[in-house]
Design a protein around this ligand. Sequence first.
Ligand SMILES: [Zn+2]
Length: 97
Amino acid sequence: MSLPGRAPFCCAGFEGMFDAAGKRGIGVFALEDHAGRPSFRIQFRSLDPGNVPNFSTPFPLSLMTQTGLTFCPWCGVNLSLHYSRTWRTLLRPELGM
Ligand SMILES: [Zn+2]
């Protein structure tokens, strides 16, 4: 299922996590690498943006982390191949670390 102007998603899991990107929890999105190719990311956020309290801990604490994705974690497609013509609709450069 897909809305007009959006990529035909490989599966409901990836679509749901794309819609959740930038919010507390897990999200997926694409960035453009230095060579102009898609670079897919899965990102984990502990807090919603704009809702970060002022606090300190005696130990290191990650509020956000991300790593690259080659394959969809839910259906297994190769993301660069599946989204070879539509990956720009998945760009969310404002969410990159
Ligand atoms: Zn998928």
